[in-house]
Write a protein that binds this ligand. Sequence first.
Ligand SMILES: *Cc1c(COP(=O)(O)O)cnc(C)c1O
Length: 391
Amino acid sequence: MSRAASADIDLNAILHNYRLAKRLAPASCAVAVIKADAYGHGAVAVARALHGDADAFAVACIEEALELREAGITLPILLLEGFFEEDELETIAREQLWCTIHSPHQIEALKRTRLPQPIHVWLKLDSGMHRVGISPPDYQTTYNTLRGLQNVGDVVLMTHLACADELNSPNTDAQIACFDAASAGLEAPASLANSAATLAWPQAHRNWLRPGMMLYGASPFTHPQDHADHLQPAMTLHSRIIAIRDLQAGDSIGYGADYVCKHPSRVATVAMGYGDGYPRQAKSGTPVMVKGRRTGLVGRVSMDMLSIDVTELPDAQVGDTVEFWGKNLSLNEVADYCNTIPYTLVTGISRRVPRRYRASASARPGKVPADPAGVSTGLDPESRIPSIPLA
Ligand SMILES: *Cc1c(COP(=O)(O)O)cnc(C)c1O
């Protein structure tokens, strides 16, 4: 036996959620966003599970893309921030990665370099988020410049929405209007929708969706939303009780001794802590599930252990499984208790926690390629790159 902390990943739930995105926008293609190791779920495993269904994948950087190529993933992979250094361009062309272009310095680099074959680019407009992207007044000229470059193949027009998770924020309409004005007359596919927009802003669907969080079954919203309610949670984080003690009123628990029992209490210690990525800011009362019943944290989370109240669960014993989020306890609810968002919880799960892949009966698996270790990417570097479907 070993330490019991683990994260069960239900790949069929991810497939179900991807298919839900596509059903909501039947005329659109969708890049499955699997950056940050698929939000902590394991990028290679998720890519393999989606391989028969996904139109393309998206990651944040070339290292993440190469990990997928080395694992035999041959679908297009979009780099959401493009390249950071000019010398990445060669690899981008060779591996047939799609490349976001968000800044003039990237265009200068594209002009200077001689690439063995053109690359497909996604030209990002800054429609109001003000992190990266071409300013609206420069968008059309930048587009025309790109079109004239030998190094550039197809161009997709893209922007990113800052407030799509706020259902009555005026920002989203303003950003969509900005995008439409800046891209008026340009004959190219468009991409605006993250998970929140996929679920709630059909006017942002366009040609290419970019769902991320929803694939993993958490809602991007803080309130119930019709479509989000159909998502299936992909990660179940759990561990086991390793000790139980009976405490008296006045006894304190954990570091800082700042939780003090008001009544005689039965307290269980569980092998889970911030060293596993469980959030230290989870306060007393943050829910957990034991044997199908809810109880809560008591005292501070430490690196390898935390404590839960089992006073009302007299049959709880050493060895029992404790679920921290997943099939029986929503990640969204836990995130609320921790004053954070589901994104930080799942991406924060550390290497120490083994991911165990399971397939529920919720959806039939897609065509999952057998472990293709050692297999080449299957991409012929001499070939003319296939064009980006318009959807
Ligand atoms: C991360 C990311 C997404 C996915 O966002 P979710 O809210 O997880 O759906 C989409 N587009 C871009 C540009 C991103 O960086």
